[in-house]
Write a protein that binds this ligand. Structure first.
Ligand SMILES: Nc1ncnc2c1ncn2[C@@H]1O[C@H](COP(=O)(O)OP(=O)(O)OP(=O)(O)O)[C@@H](O)[C@H]1O
Ligand SMILES: [Mg+2]
Length: 326
């Protein structure tokens, strides 16, 4: 009897222990679920903090760029006038040099007639040697051409600065940005040849109200940067993706390269005017700052994703309904 009682007691105990075990296991599962939820919430919080930091950095950068824009506007305005007249004068001078050389040639053709005045002829020959006429003849044309090219370059810088400072107000119209991208690709076809394969992934981006001429310039600047980033990047064949799309009331255009990427120490500076990592004389550092100014004038924004050694993606967001004052 005693043994039977013990067995029942044991069975009850066992059942109680199993119940407890089951309860414990359930509690452990609940704890694991809570832990997982906590971890997910923590990750979400970290993501939000990161987003906040990025947004804050954007704001600081935008404020800095706006004040740099005011400075640029002043410089552009001051340089614009002298550049215009120097450019016009160099062109006129080029014409004069051509005329003067033609007159000298006409005189030279009449040299035989000066035989009766040998001293005058000797003087002319001495003068000709002293001035090194043969050299001057070739060099004068080259000097004028070089000056014209130099002035054109300065004029280009002024125009980029104006874009950055948003003082160029060209024609606003409804334009198909896919057509703009295609025409930019055509213009850049020489640079693209042999350096990159272009992959188009166009999405449902509707025509929008914009300054197509200025946006073309933005696309060109981004495209040239993408091409230049491929040089020596060592990521296999160069590829540039052009993507477009739409999200709610905004359109976007993206240019991605598999180039060398941008390091974290450089990234905060790339939209500053005159910031360049290219060799002296190879880049002015105005491509991205003028792009920023143009996009800002459209009420849009530009984002960058980049990884050193992998490549960069620049995405432009533009409002589909015109919200900016122009
Ligand atoms: N796609 C890219 N890949 C890697 N680096 C880039 C890319 N785009 C821009 N950069 C970096 O940002 C810098 C600034 O670019 P930005 O276009 O403003 O000037 P730039 O290309 O140097 O000169 P410019 O455009 O006036 O000829 C570049 O010098 C380069 O270091
Ligand atoms: Mg550039």
């Amino acid at each position: 009897m005693i043994a039977e009682h013990d067995v029942r007691e044991n069975e009850n105990l066992l059942a109680a222990v199993m119940d407890l075990n089951e309860e414990l296991a359930e509690q452990q599962r609940a704890l694991a679920r809570a832990n997982r939820q906590l971890a997910a919430e923590k990750a979400e919080q970290q993501r939000l903090l990161q987003e906040l930091a990025t947004a804050q950095a954007h704001l600081v950068q935008s404020a800095q760029l706006v004040s740099l824009g005011q400075l640029a506007a002043g410089v552009a305005h001051e340089i614009n006038n002298p550049i215009s007249f120097v450019r016009a004068n160099v062109a006129t001078l080029g014409g004069y040099v051509g005329d003067l050389l033609a007159i000298i040639d006409a005189y030279a053709a009449g040299e035989a007639l000066l035989a009766q005045d040998p001293s005058l002829l000797a003087r002319i020959h001495r003068l000709r040697e002293r001035c090194d006429l043969d050299f001057v003849r070739g060099d004068a044309v080259a000097v004028v051409a070089e000056s014209a090219a130099g002035i054109a370059r300065v004029a280009r810088i002024v125009s980029d600065l104006k874009n950055f400072a948003r003082i160029n107000e060209s024609e606003w119209q409804v334009a198909d940005l896919h057509a703009c991208l295609e025409s930019t690709l055509n213009v850049a076809s020489h640079e693209l040849r042999g350096s990159a394969e272009v992959v188009r992934q166009y999405g449902p981006l509707p025509a929008l109200h914009c300054c197509p001429g200025q946006l073309n310039q933005v696309f060109m600047n981004l495209l040239l940067n993408a091409i230049q980033s491929l040089e020596g990047a060592g990521n296999g064949p160069g590829r540039i993706f052009l993507r477009t799309g739409r999200q709610d009331d905004q359109g976007w255009i993206e240019i991605e390269d598999n180039g060398r990427g941008i390091g974290p120490e450089r990234l905060p500076r790339i939209f500053e005017p005159f910031y360049t990592t290219r060799a002296i004389g190879a880049g002015t550092g105005l491509g991205l700052s003028s792009a920023w100014g143009i996009i800002n004038a459209h009420g849009g924004r530009i984002e960058v994703r980049t990884e050193v050694g992998k490549g960069s993606t620049f995405r432009i967001w533009l409002p589909l309904s015109r919200t900016t004052s122009e």
